[in-house]
Design a protein around this ligand. Structure first.
Ligand SMILES: Cc1cc2nc3c(=O)[nH]c(=O)nc-3n(C[C@H](O)[C@H](O)[C@H](O)COP(=O)(O)OP(=O)(O)OC[C@H]3O[C@@H](n4cnc5c(N)ncnc54)[C@H](O)[C@@H]3O)c2cc1C
Ligand SMILES: NC(=O)c1ccc[n+]([C@@H]2O[C@H](COP(=O)([O-])OP(=O)(O)OC[C@H]3O[C@@H](n4cnc5c(N)ncnc54)[C@H](O)[C@@H]3O)[C@@H](O)[C@H]2O)c1
Length: 514
Protein backbone atom coordinates (compact mmCIF):
# COMPACT_ATOMS: atom_id res chain seq x y z
CA UNK A 1 0.00 0.00 0.00
CA UNK A 2 1.45 3.40 -0.91
CA UNK A 3 1.87 6.27 1.55
CA UNK A 4 -0.99 8.15 -0.16
CA UNK A 5 -3.51 5.37 0.44
CA UNK A 6 -2.67 5.17 4.13
CA UNK A 7 -3.83 8.69 5.00
CA UNK A 8 -7.15 8.59 6.82
CA UNK A 9 -8.63 10.69 9.54
CA UNK A 10 -11.10 9.18 11.95
CA UNK A 11 -14.02 8.77 11.98
CA UNK A 12 -14.24 8.03 8.28
CA UNK A 13 -17.45 9.96 7.63
CA UNK A 14 -18.48 12.25 4.78
CA UNK A 15 -16.83 15.28 6.42
CA UNK A 16 -13.47 13.68 7.03
CA UNK A 17 -13.56 12.13 3.57
CA UNK A 18 -14.16 15.60 2.10
CA UNK A 19 -11.33 16.96 4.23
CA UNK A 20 -8.92 14.29 3.00
CA UNK A 21 -10.08 14.74 -0.60
CA UNK A 22 -8.88 18.35 -0.36
CA UNK A 23 -5.79 18.16 1.78
CA UNK A 24 -4.43 14.75 0.84
CA UNK A 25 -6.35 13.50 -2.21
CA UNK A 26 -5.81 9.77 -2.56
CA UNK A 27 -5.76 9.97 -6.35
CA UNK A 28 -3.14 12.71 -6.41
CA UNK A 29 -0.36 12.22 -8.94
CA UNK A 30 2.80 14.09 -8.11
CA UNK A 31 3.98 16.29 -11.00
CA UNK A 32 7.14 15.72 -13.03
CA UNK A 33 9.72 17.86 -11.19
CA UNK A 34 11.02 20.99 -12.92
CA UNK A 35 14.75 21.09 -13.80
CA UNK A 36 15.38 23.38 -10.87
CA UNK A 37 13.08 25.14 -8.42
CA UNK A 38 13.60 28.68 -7.17
CA UNK A 39 12.01 27.52 -3.92
CA UNK A 40 11.28 24.10 -2.45
CA UNK A 41 9.12 24.21 0.68
CA UNK A 42 8.98 21.20 3.02
CA UNK A 43 5.75 20.97 5.03
CA UNK A 44 2.34 22.38 4.06
CA UNK A 45 1.13 23.73 7.39
CA UNK A 46 0.51 27.46 7.70
CA UNK A 47 4.18 28.39 7.27
CA UNK A 48 4.67 26.18 4.22
CA UNK A 49 1.40 27.14 2.54
CA UNK A 50 2.07 30.86 2.94
CA UNK A 51 5.71 30.54 1.80
CA UNK A 52 4.84 28.47 -1.29
CA UNK A 53 1.57 30.22 -2.18
CA UNK A 54 3.04 33.67 -1.60
CA UNK A 55 6.14 32.96 -3.71
CA UNK A 56 4.01 31.58 -6.56
CA UNK A 57 1.51 34.45 -6.47
CA UNK A 58 4.16 37.14 -6.42
CA UNK A 59 4.75 36.08 -10.02
CA UNK A 60 7.90 36.67 -12.02
CA UNK A 61 7.69 33.05 -13.21
CA UNK A 62 9.21 31.64 -10.03
CA UNK A 63 9.20 27.85 -9.91
CA UNK A 64 7.93 26.69 -6.53
CA UNK A 65 7.45 23.19 -5.09
CA UNK A 66 5.58 22.29 -1.88
CA UNK A 67 5.92 18.88 -0.22
CA UNK A 68 3.53 17.46 2.38
CA UNK A 69 3.65 13.98 3.85
CA UNK A 70 0.36 14.01 5.71
CA UNK A 71 -2.46 16.59 5.62
CA UNK A 72 -2.04 19.99 3.97
CA UNK A 73 -3.11 22.69 6.40
CA UNK A 74 -0.97 21.07 9.11
CA UNK A 75 -1.88 21.39 12.77
CA UNK A 76 -3.95 24.55 12.45
CA UNK A 77 -6.62 23.16 10.15
CA UNK A 78 -6.56 19.51 11.12
CA UNK A 79 -5.50 19.09 14.76
CA UNK A 80 -5.22 22.56 16.28
CA UNK A 81 -6.81 25.99 15.99
CA UNK A 82 -9.81 25.10 13.86
CA UNK A 83 -11.15 21.98 15.61
CA UNK A 84 -10.34 23.34 19.08
CA UNK A 85 -12.15 26.62 18.43
CA UNK A 86 -15.19 24.71 17.15
CA UNK A 87 -15.37 22.73 20.40
CA UNK A 88 -14.79 25.88 22.41
CA UNK A 89 -17.71 27.54 20.61
CA UNK A 90 -20.06 24.70 21.57
CA UNK A 91 -18.73 24.72 25.11
CA UNK A 92 -19.40 28.47 25.38
CA UNK A 93 -23.07 27.78 24.72
CA UNK A 94 -23.03 25.52 27.77
CA UNK A 95 -21.23 28.23 29.76
CA UNK A 96 -24.02 30.66 28.83
CA UNK A 97 -26.68 28.19 29.93
CA UNK A 98 -24.91 27.53 33.22
CA UNK A 99 -24.98 31.28 33.89
CA UNK A 100 -28.48 31.89 32.54
CA UNK A 101 -30.04 32.34 35.97
CA UNK A 102 -27.85 35.36 36.67
CA UNK A 103 -29.50 37.04 33.69
CA UNK A 104 -33.02 36.22 34.76
CA UNK A 105 -33.40 33.27 32.44
CA UNK A 106 -34.68 29.99 33.82
CA UNK A 107 -33.38 26.85 32.13
CA UNK A 108 -33.70 23.20 32.88
CA UNK A 109 -31.18 22.15 35.53
CA UNK A 110 -29.91 19.43 33.23
CA UNK A 111 -27.93 20.56 30.16
CA UNK A 112 -28.16 17.82 27.57
CA UNK A 113 -24.94 17.94 25.55
CA UNK A 114 -25.13 15.80 22.44
CA UNK A 115 -21.42 15.14 22.30
CA UNK A 116 -21.45 13.32 18.99
CA UNK A 117 -23.30 16.26 17.38
CA UNK A 118 -20.77 18.68 18.83
CA UNK A 119 -17.98 16.63 17.26
CA UNK A 120 -19.89 16.30 14.02
CA UNK A 121 -20.34 20.08 13.84
CA UNK A 122 -16.60 20.47 14.32
CA UNK A 123 -15.86 18.01 11.50
CA UNK A 124 -18.39 19.74 9.23
CA UNK A 125 -16.90 23.19 9.85
CA UNK A 126 -13.34 21.89 9.43
CA UNK A 127 -14.09 20.13 6.17
CA UNK A 128 -16.08 23.18 5.01
CA UNK A 129 -13.01 25.42 5.09
CA UNK A 130 -10.46 22.81 4.04
CA UNK A 131 -10.63 23.73 0.35
CA UNK A 132 -8.56 26.82 1.25
CA UNK A 133 -5.58 24.58 1.99
CA UNK A 134 -6.24 22.07 -0.78
CA UNK A 135 -3.64 20.52 -3.07
CA UNK A 136 -5.70 21.56 -6.11
CA UNK A 137 -5.92 25.21 -4.99
CA UNK A 138 -2.17 25.46 -4.58
CA UNK A 139 -1.63 23.70 -7.90
CA UNK A 140 -3.91 26.32 -9.50
CA UNK A 141 -1.76 29.04 -7.94
CA UNK A 142 1.17 27.61 -9.90
CA UNK A 143 2.77 25.56 -7.10
CA UNK A 144 4.01 22.04 -7.88
CA UNK A 145 2.46 20.06 -5.01
CA UNK A 146 4.12 16.77 -4.01
CA UNK A 147 2.49 14.46 -1.49
CA UNK A 148 5.09 12.33 0.26
CA UNK A 149 7.90 12.37 2.76
CA UNK A 150 10.70 14.86 2.05
CA UNK A 151 14.38 14.55 2.93
CA UNK A 152 17.48 16.39 1.80
CA UNK A 153 19.63 14.19 -0.44
CA UNK A 154 22.48 16.59 -1.32
CA UNK A 155 23.37 20.24 -0.85
CA UNK A 156 20.81 21.30 -3.48
CA UNK A 157 18.35 18.43 -3.76
CA UNK A 158 15.35 17.13 -1.84
CA UNK A 159 13.99 13.61 -2.30
CA UNK A 160 10.27 12.86 -2.23
CA UNK A 161 9.83 9.11 -2.40
CA UNK A 162 11.67 8.25 -5.65
CA UNK A 163 11.64 11.76 -7.14
CA UNK A 164 14.45 14.30 -6.81
CA UNK A 165 13.80 18.05 -6.69
CA UNK A 166 16.70 20.43 -7.31
CA UNK A 167 16.48 23.80 -5.56
CA UNK A 168 18.12 27.21 -5.44
CA UNK A 169 16.54 27.98 -2.07
CA UNK A 170 14.60 25.77 0.34
CA UNK A 171 12.35 26.34 3.34
CA UNK A 172 11.93 23.94 6.25
CA UNK A 173 8.39 24.28 7.64
CA UNK A 174 7.89 20.86 9.19
CA UNK A 175 6.25 22.03 12.42
CA UNK A 176 6.03 20.09 15.68
CA UNK A 177 4.31 17.13 17.28
CA UNK A 178 3.14 16.53 20.85
CA UNK A 179 5.88 15.73 23.37
CA UNK A 180 5.33 12.29 24.88
CA UNK A 181 5.91 12.70 28.61
CA UNK A 182 8.07 9.97 30.10
CA UNK A 183 5.54 8.60 32.56
CA UNK A 184 5.83 4.86 33.21
CA UNK A 185 2.78 2.96 31.95
CA UNK A 186 1.29 5.92 30.03
CA UNK A 187 2.00 4.51 26.61
CA UNK A 188 0.64 1.06 27.53
CA UNK A 189 -2.53 2.58 29.02
CA UNK A 190 -3.03 4.73 25.93
CA UNK A 191 -3.63 8.46 25.79
CA UNK A 192 -5.02 11.18 23.57
CA UNK A 193 -3.12 14.10 22.08
CA UNK A 194 -4.22 16.97 19.87
CA UNK A 195 -3.75 14.55 16.96
CA UNK A 196 -6.38 12.10 18.23
CA UNK A 197 -8.71 13.98 20.58
CA UNK A 198 -10.70 15.51 17.72
CA UNK A 199 -11.50 12.03 16.45
CA UNK A 200 -13.54 11.19 19.56
CA UNK A 201 -17.16 10.37 18.83
CA UNK A 202 -18.17 9.38 22.35
CA UNK A 203 -17.75 11.56 25.37
CA UNK A 204 -15.37 10.24 27.99
CA UNK A 205 -17.19 10.48 31.33
CA UNK A 206 -13.97 11.45 33.02
CA UNK A 207 -10.81 12.97 31.60
CA UNK A 208 -7.38 13.73 32.99
CA UNK A 209 -5.62 16.54 31.15
CA UNK A 210 -1.86 16.60 31.66
CA UNK A 211 -0.35 20.08 31.18
CA UNK A 212 -1.73 23.48 32.15
CA UNK A 213 -0.47 25.40 29.09
CA UNK A 214 -2.71 26.75 26.31
CA UNK A 215 -3.58 23.32 24.87
CA UNK A 216 -4.40 21.76 28.23
CA UNK A 217 -6.38 24.76 29.50
CA UNK A 218 -8.42 25.44 26.36
CA UNK A 219 -9.40 21.78 26.07
CA UNK A 220 -9.88 21.14 29.81
CA UNK A 221 -12.48 23.92 29.99
CA UNK A 222 -14.16 22.85 26.75
CA UNK A 223 -14.49 19.19 27.84
CA UNK A 224 -15.67 20.18 31.30
CA UNK A 225 -18.43 22.30 29.82
CA UNK A 226 -19.31 19.52 27.40
CA UNK A 227 -20.05 17.35 30.40
CA UNK A 228 -16.87 15.50 31.37
CA UNK A 229 -15.42 15.25 34.85
CA UNK A 230 -12.07 16.95 34.26
CA UNK A 231 -8.92 16.76 36.36
CA UNK A 232 -6.11 19.03 35.20
CA UNK A 233 -2.59 18.05 36.22
CA UNK A 234 0.01 20.76 36.05
CA UNK A 235 3.65 20.81 37.16
CA UNK A 236 3.61 24.50 38.08
CA UNK A 237 2.04 26.24 41.05
CA UNK A 238 -0.63 27.81 38.83
CA UNK A 239 -1.97 27.24 35.33
CA UNK A 240 -0.95 29.26 32.25
CA UNK A 241 2.27 30.20 34.00
CA UNK A 242 3.76 31.93 30.95
CA UNK A 243 0.99 34.55 31.11
CA UNK A 244 0.55 37.60 33.30
CA UNK A 245 0.04 36.18 36.80
CA UNK A 246 -3.13 38.24 37.52
CA UNK A 247 -4.61 37.09 34.21
CA UNK A 248 -3.85 33.42 34.88
CA UNK A 249 -5.34 33.74 38.37
CA UNK A 250 -8.69 34.90 36.97
CA UNK A 251 -8.90 31.95 34.57
CA UNK A 252 -7.80 29.54 37.29
CA UNK A 253 -10.57 30.80 39.57
CA UNK A 254 -13.15 30.27 36.82
CA UNK A 255 -11.86 26.72 36.24
CA UNK A 256 -12.36 25.88 39.91
CA UNK A 257 -15.83 27.48 39.94
CA UNK A 258 -16.79 25.41 36.91
CA UNK A 259 -15.77 22.18 38.64
CA UNK A 260 -12.40 21.41 37.11
CA UNK A 261 -10.25 19.70 39.70
CA UNK A 262 -6.79 21.23 39.62
CA UNK A 263 -3.80 19.18 40.69
CA UNK A 264 -0.95 21.69 40.86
CA UNK A 265 2.71 21.16 41.72
CA UNK A 266 2.10 17.58 40.68
CA UNK A 267 4.42 14.74 39.86
CA UNK A 268 2.79 11.86 38.02
CA UNK A 269 4.49 8.63 39.04
CA UNK A 270 2.89 6.07 36.79
CA UNK A 271 -0.23 5.07 34.94
CA UNK A 272 -1.91 1.69 34.89
CA UNK A 273 -4.70 0.31 32.74
CA UNK A 274 -7.23 -1.28 35.06
CA UNK A 275 -10.72 -2.74 34.70
CA UNK A 276 -12.21 0.60 35.71
CA UNK A 277 -10.18 2.71 33.31
CA UNK A 278 -6.81 4.43 33.47
CA UNK A 279 -5.36 4.82 36.94
CA UNK A 280 -2.92 7.63 37.63
CA UNK A 281 -0.63 7.53 40.65
CA UNK A 282 0.73 10.92 41.59
CA UNK A 283 2.08 13.16 44.29
CA UNK A 284 0.79 16.67 44.84
CA UNK A 285 2.60 18.99 47.26
CA UNK A 286 4.35 15.92 48.62
CA UNK A 287 1.14 13.90 49.25
CA UNK A 288 0.46 10.65 47.37
CA UNK A 289 -2.87 10.16 45.64
CA UNK A 290 -4.54 8.19 42.89
CA UNK A 291 -7.38 8.74 40.39
CA UNK A 292 -9.03 6.53 37.79
CA UNK A 293 -10.53 8.02 34.65
CA UNK A 294 -11.79 7.00 31.21
CA UNK A 295 -9.29 8.98 29.16
CA UNK A 296 -6.05 10.93 29.42
CA UNK A 297 -5.25 13.91 27.23
CA UNK A 298 -1.65 15.09 27.00
CA UNK A 299 -0.73 18.74 26.32
CA UNK A 300 2.79 18.96 27.68
CA UNK A 301 4.53 20.95 24.97
CA UNK A 302 5.80 20.34 21.46
CA UNK A 303 8.75 18.49 19.88
CA UNK A 304 10.11 19.81 16.56
CA UNK A 305 9.89 17.57 13.46
CA UNK A 306 13.61 17.54 12.69
CA UNK A 307 14.07 13.81 12.29
CA UNK A 308 14.45 12.10 8.93
CA UNK A 309 15.16 15.28 7.01
CA UNK A 310 18.92 14.59 6.68
CA UNK A 311 19.66 18.02 8.05
CA UNK A 312 23.28 16.98 8.66
CA UNK A 313 23.73 16.40 4.91
CA UNK A 314 22.96 20.07 4.21
CA UNK A 315 24.70 21.56 7.25
CA UNK A 316 21.52 22.72 8.96
CA UNK A 317 22.05 22.80 12.72
CA UNK A 318 19.18 21.92 15.02
CA UNK A 319 18.31 21.08 18.54
CA UNK A 320 15.95 18.26 19.57
CA UNK A 321 13.95 20.62 21.79
CA UNK A 322 14.18 24.06 20.12
CA UNK A 323 14.15 22.82 16.53
CA UNK A 324 16.04 24.26 13.56
CA UNK A 325 18.47 27.05 14.43
CA UNK A 326 17.87 30.27 12.52
CA UNK A 327 19.26 33.80 12.56
CA UNK A 328 17.07 36.89 12.76
CA UNK A 329 16.51 36.65 8.98
CA UNK A 330 15.14 33.10 9.40
CA UNK A 331 18.18 31.70 7.63
CA UNK A 332 19.47 28.36 8.90
CA UNK A 333 23.17 27.60 9.25
CA UNK A 334 23.04 26.78 5.52
CA UNK A 335 22.44 30.22 3.93
CA UNK A 336 20.44 28.70 1.04
CA UNK A 337 17.98 27.10 3.44
CA UNK A 338 15.45 29.03 5.49
CA UNK A 339 12.95 27.91 8.13
CA UNK A 340 9.60 29.25 9.29
CA UNK A 341 6.88 28.41 11.79
CA UNK A 342 6.85 26.12 14.80
CA UNK A 343 9.95 24.23 13.63
CA UNK A 344 12.20 27.17 14.49
CA UNK A 345 10.26 29.72 16.52
CA UNK A 346 9.49 30.45 20.13
CA UNK A 347 6.13 31.90 19.04
CA UNK A 348 4.10 28.82 18.19
CA UNK A 349 1.03 30.41 16.62
CA UNK A 350 -0.60 30.27 13.23
CA UNK A 351 -0.35 34.01 12.70
CA UNK A 352 3.34 33.86 13.71
CA UNK A 353 3.97 31.07 11.17
CA UNK A 354 2.19 33.18 8.54
CA UNK A 355 4.21 36.31 9.37
CA UNK A 356 7.49 34.36 9.37
CA UNK A 357 6.72 32.81 5.98
CA UNK A 358 6.21 36.29 4.51
CA UNK A 359 9.63 37.29 5.85
CA UNK A 360 11.15 34.19 4.26
CA UNK A 361 9.67 34.99 0.84
CA UNK A 362 11.15 38.47 1.03
CA UNK A 363 14.54 37.48 2.41
CA UNK A 364 15.07 34.38 0.28
CA UNK A 365 13.74 35.65 -3.04
CA UNK A 366 13.59 39.42 -3.13
CA UNK A 367 16.60 40.73 -1.23
CA UNK A 368 19.52 40.79 -3.69
CA UNK A 369 22.87 41.01 -1.86
CA UNK A 370 20.89 41.02 1.39
CA UNK A 371 19.30 44.40 0.65
CA UNK A 372 15.87 45.01 2.21
CA UNK A 373 15.88 41.90 4.39
CA UNK A 374 13.42 41.83 7.27
CA UNK A 375 14.18 40.61 10.78
CA UNK A 376 11.94 38.33 12.80
CA UNK A 377 12.64 40.52 15.81
CA UNK A 378 10.95 43.45 14.04
CA UNK A 379 7.56 41.77 14.45
CA UNK A 380 5.09 42.80 17.13
CA UNK A 381 3.45 39.50 18.06
CA UNK A 382 0.08 39.22 19.81
CA UNK A 383 -1.44 35.99 21.04
CA UNK A 384 -4.63 34.78 22.64
CA UNK A 385 -5.49 31.84 24.86
CA UNK A 386 -9.10 30.99 24.12
CA UNK A 387 -10.31 30.08 27.57
CA UNK A 388 -13.44 31.82 28.84
CA UNK A 389 -12.51 34.54 29.67
CA UNK A 390 -9.76 34.83 27.06
CA UNK A 391 -6.28 36.09 27.82
CA UNK A 392 -4.78 38.23 25.06
CA UNK A 393 -1.31 39.64 25.13
CA UNK A 394 1.00 41.74 22.94
CA UNK A 395 4.50 43.13 23.37
CA UNK A 396 6.36 43.03 26.66
CA UNK A 397 5.26 41.76 30.03
CA UNK A 398 6.13 44.02 32.96
CA UNK A 399 8.84 41.64 34.19
CA UNK A 400 10.39 41.44 30.71
CA UNK A 401 10.65 45.22 30.51
CA UNK A 402 12.23 45.27 33.96
CA UNK A 403 14.70 42.53 32.97
CA UNK A 404 15.70 44.61 29.95
CA UNK A 405 16.31 47.61 32.17
CA UNK A 406 13.36 49.54 30.71
CA UNK A 407 11.67 51.86 33.19
CA UNK A 408 8.09 50.62 32.98
CA UNK A 409 4.77 51.84 34.39
CA UNK A 410 1.46 49.99 34.21
CA UNK A 411 -2.11 51.24 33.94
CA UNK A 412 -4.79 48.72 34.91
CA UNK A 413 -8.49 49.20 34.21
CA UNK A 414 -10.70 46.53 35.79
CA UNK A 415 -13.86 45.67 33.86
CA UNK A 416 -15.88 46.58 36.97
CA UNK A 417 -15.20 50.16 35.78
CA UNK A 418 -16.53 49.57 32.27
CA UNK A 419 -20.29 49.99 31.84
CA UNK A 420 -20.68 47.49 29.02
CA UNK A 421 -18.84 44.77 30.93
CA UNK A 422 -21.08 45.44 33.93
CA UNK A 423 -24.19 45.28 31.72
CA UNK A 424 -22.88 42.04 30.22
CA UNK A 425 -22.19 40.59 33.66
CA UNK A 426 -18.57 40.17 32.55
CA UNK A 427 -16.73 42.27 35.10
CA UNK A 428 -14.12 39.60 35.83
CA UNK A 429 -11.08 40.81 33.88
CA UNK A 430 -8.97 43.85 33.06
CA UNK A 431 -6.95 45.77 30.54
CA UNK A 432 -3.34 46.30 31.58
CA UNK A 433 -1.16 48.57 29.47
CA UNK A 434 2.56 48.86 30.12
CA UNK A 435 4.25 52.05 28.97
CA UNK A 436 7.65 53.63 29.28
CA UNK A 437 7.73 55.61 32.53
CA UNK A 438 7.45 59.33 31.82
CA UNK A 439 6.39 58.69 28.23
CA UNK A 440 3.19 57.57 26.48
CA UNK A 441 5.04 54.90 24.47
CA UNK A 442 3.20 51.58 24.77
CA UNK A 443 5.45 48.62 25.53
CA UNK A 444 2.88 45.86 25.90
CA UNK A 445 -0.57 44.91 27.13
CA UNK A 446 -2.59 42.06 28.57
CA UNK A 447 -6.37 41.87 28.33
CA UNK A 448 -8.60 39.39 30.16
CA UNK A 449 -12.12 39.46 28.79
CA UNK A 450 -14.66 37.24 27.11
CA UNK A 451 -13.52 38.56 23.71
CA UNK A 452 -10.06 39.79 24.63
CA UNK A 453 -8.76 38.40 21.34
CA UNK A 454 -10.96 40.82 19.42
CA UNK A 455 -9.68 43.76 21.50
CA UNK A 456 -5.93 43.20 21.51
CA UNK A 457 -5.48 44.24 17.85
CA UNK A 458 -6.20 47.81 18.86
CA UNK A 459 -3.08 47.81 21.04
CA UNK A 460 -1.07 45.93 18.40
CA UNK A 461 -2.06 48.58 15.85
CA UNK A 462 -1.00 51.30 18.27
CA UNK A 463 2.40 49.71 18.87
CA UNK A 464 3.01 49.02 15.16
CA UNK A 465 1.84 52.50 14.18
CA UNK A 466 3.85 54.10 16.99
CA UNK A 467 0.66 55.56 18.43
CA UNK A 468 1.09 56.53 22.06
CA UNK A 469 -1.41 56.67 24.90
CA UNK A 470 -2.05 60.40 24.32
CA UNK A 471 -3.22 59.77 20.75
CA UNK A 472 -5.15 56.67 21.84
CA UNK A 473 -7.07 58.76 24.36
CA UNK A 474 -8.37 60.83 21.41
CA UNK A 475 -9.81 57.76 19.66
CA UNK A 476 -13.58 57.82 20.10
CA UNK A 477 -14.89 54.43 21.20
CA UNK A 478 -18.59 53.67 20.75
CA UNK A 479 -20.52 53.56 24.02
CA UNK A 480 -21.09 51.07 25.52
CA UNK A 481 -18.36 48.68 24.44
CA UNK A 482 -15.89 46.65 26.47
CA UNK A 483 -13.08 48.03 24.29
CA UNK A 484 -13.71 51.38 25.99
CA UNK A 485 -11.44 50.00 28.71
CA UNK A 486 -8.53 50.73 26.36
CA UNK A 487 -9.58 54.35 25.99
CA UNK A 488 -10.00 54.58 29.78
CA UNK A 489 -6.43 53.35 30.23
CA UNK A 490 -5.21 55.92 27.71
CA UNK A 491 -7.26 58.63 29.42
CA UNK A 492 -5.78 57.69 32.77
CA UNK A 493 -2.30 58.30 31.36
CA UNK A 494 -3.35 61.52 29.63
CA UNK A 495 -4.98 62.93 32.75
CA UNK A 496 -2.00 62.02 34.90
CA UNK A 497 0.32 64.05 32.68
CA UNK A 498 -1.89 66.77 31.23
CA UNK A 499 -2.63 68.57 34.48
CA UNK A 500 0.72 69.41 35.96
CA UNK A 501 0.81 72.28 38.50
CA UNK A 502 1.96 74.60 35.67
CA UNK A 503 -0.91 73.65 33.30
CA UNK A 504 -3.38 73.98 36.18
CA UNK A 505 -2.10 77.54 36.87
CA UNK A 506 -2.29 78.32 33.13
CA UNK A 507 -5.86 77.02 32.89
CA UNK A 508 -6.93 79.08 35.90
CA UNK A 509 -5.43 82.17 34.25
CA UNK A 510 -7.13 81.44 30.87
CA UNK A 511 -10.46 80.90 32.66
CA UNK A 512 -10.27 84.42 34.14
CA UNK A 513 -10.40 85.90 30.64
CA UNK A 514 -13.04 83.56 29.21
C1 LIG B 1 -4.67 22.05 19.94
C2 LIG B 1 -3.98 23.25 19.35
C3 LIG B 1 -4.64 24.46 19.28
C4 LIG B 1 -4.03 25.55 18.72
N1 LIG B 1 -4.71 26.74 18.68
C5 LIG B 1 -4.13 27.83 18.14
C6 LIG B 1 -4.83 29.04 18.04
O1 LIG B 1 -5.99 29.15 18.44
N2 LIG B 1 -4.21 30.11 17.48
C7 LIG B 1 -2.94 30.03 17.01
O2 LIG B 1 -2.42 31.03 16.50
N3 LIG B 1 -2.22 28.88 17.09
C8 LIG B 1 -2.79 27.78 17.62
N4 LIG B 1 -2.10 26.60 17.68
C9 LIG B 1 -0.73 26.55 17.13
C10 LIG B 1 -0.74 26.43 15.60
O3 LIG B 1 -1.50 25.30 15.24
C11 LIG B 1 0.70 26.27 15.07
O4 LIG B 1 1.48 27.34 15.53
C12 LIG B 1 0.75 26.26 13.55
O5 LIG B 1 -0.02 25.20 13.04
C13 LIG B 1 2.21 26.09 13.07
O6 LIG B 1 2.25 25.97 11.67
P1 LIG B 1 3.53 25.33 10.96
O7 LIG B 1 3.30 25.49 9.49
O8 LIG B 1 4.77 25.88 11.52
O9 LIG B 1 3.53 23.80 11.37
P2 LIG B 1 2.45 22.64 11.18
O10 LIG B 1 1.08 23.14 11.14
O11 LIG B 1 2.80 21.61 12.20
O12 LIG B 1 2.77 22.04 9.72
C14 LIG B 1 3.93 21.30 9.43
C15 LIG B 1 3.62 20.35 8.30
O13 LIG B 1 4.84 19.73 7.84
C16 LIG B 1 4.57 18.38 7.51
N5 LIG B 1 5.84 17.64 7.53
C17 LIG B 1 6.61 17.37 8.61
N6 LIG B 1 7.73 16.70 8.23
C18 LIG B 1 7.65 16.53 6.89
C19 LIG B 1 8.48 15.91 5.93
N7 LIG B 1 9.65 15.34 6.25
N8 LIG B 1 8.09 15.91 4.63
C20 LIG B 1 6.91 16.50 4.26
N9 LIG B 1 6.08 17.10 5.15
C21 LIG B 1 6.45 17.14 6.44
C22 LIG B 1 3.57 17.94 8.57
O14 LIG B 1 2.85 16.81 8.14
C23 LIG B 1 2.70 19.20 8.71
O15 LIG B 1 1.58 19.16 7.87
C24 LIG B 1 -2.70 25.46 18.21
C25 LIG B 1 -2.03 24.23 18.25
C26 LIG B 1 -2.65 23.13 18.80
C27 LIG B 1 -1.91 21.82 18.82
N1 LIG C 1 -4.62 29.86 21.49
C1 LIG C 1 -3.42 29.61 21.00
O1 LIG C 1 -2.79 30.41 20.33
C2 LIG C 1 -2.84 28.25 21.24
C3 LIG C 1 -3.62 27.20 21.69
C4 LIG C 1 -3.03 25.96 21.91
C5 LIG C 1 -1.68 25.81 21.66
N2 LIG C 1 -0.95 26.84 21.20
C6 LIG C 1 0.51 26.70 20.98
O2 LIG C 1 0.90 25.36 21.15
C7 LIG C 1 2.09 25.31 21.92
C8 LIG C 1 2.07 24.10 22.80
O3 LIG C 1 1.09 24.21 23.82
P1 LIG C 1 1.15 23.32 25.12
O4 LIG C 1 0.07 23.75 26.02
O5 LIG C 1 1.28 21.87 24.76
O6 LIG C 1 2.59 23.63 25.67
P2 LIG C 1 3.22 24.54 26.83
O7 LIG C 1 4.65 24.17 26.84
O8 LIG C 1 2.88 25.95 26.66
O9 LIG C 1 2.51 24.04 28.19
C9 LIG C 1 2.64 22.75 28.66
C10 LIG C 1 2.64 22.78 30.17
O10 LIG C 1 2.58 21.44 30.62
C11 LIG C 1 3.34 21.33 31.81
N3 LIG C 1 3.80 19.95 31.91
C12 LIG C 1 4.77 19.35 31.17
N4 LIG C 1 4.91 18.06 31.55
C13 LIG C 1 4.03 17.85 32.54
C14 LIG C 1 3.71 16.71 33.35
N5 LIG C 1 4.34 15.54 33.20
N6 LIG C 1 2.77 16.86 34.29
C15 LIG C 1 2.13 18.04 34.46
N7 LIG C 1 2.38 19.14 33.73
C16 LIG C 1 3.32 19.04 32.78
C17 LIG C 1 4.47 22.29 31.63
O11 LIG C 1 4.94 22.74 32.86
C18 LIG C 1 3.87 23.40 30.77
O12 LIG C 1 3.53 24.52 31.53
C19 LIG C 1 2.15 26.59 22.72
O13 LIG C 1 3.46 27.08 22.68
C20 LIG C 1 1.20 27.53 22.04
O14 LIG C 1 1.94 28.55 21.41
C21 LIG C 1 -1.50 28.05 21.00
Amino acid sequence: MSELQRVTIRPVDEYNQTLVSYVHPLDWINPQPADCYDLVVIGAGTAGLVAAGGAALVGGGLKVALIERHLMGGDCLNFGCVPSKCLIRSSRVVGEIWNAKAYGIRTSKYVDVDFSSVMERMRRVRSGISHNDSAKRFQNMGVDVFLGNAEFSSSDTVKVDDQTLRFKKAVIATGTRPIEPSIPGLEEAGYLTNETVFSLIQKPQSLVVIGGGPIGCELAQAFRRLGCEVILFHKGSHILNKEDIDAAEIVQKVFVQEGIRLVLNCQIQNVEKTQDGKTIYFTCNGKQDVVTVDEILVGTGRAPNVEGLNLDVVGVEYDQRQGVKVNDYLQTTNPKIYAAGDICMRWKFTHAADAAARIVIRNALFSPFGLGRQKLSSLIMPWVTYTDPEIAHVGMYEHEAQQMGVDVATIKIPFTDVDRAVADGEEEGFVKIHHRKGSDKILGATIVARHAGEMISQITTAIVGNIGLNKLSQVIHPYPTQAEAIRKAADAYYLSTAFTPNTKRLLAWVKKFS
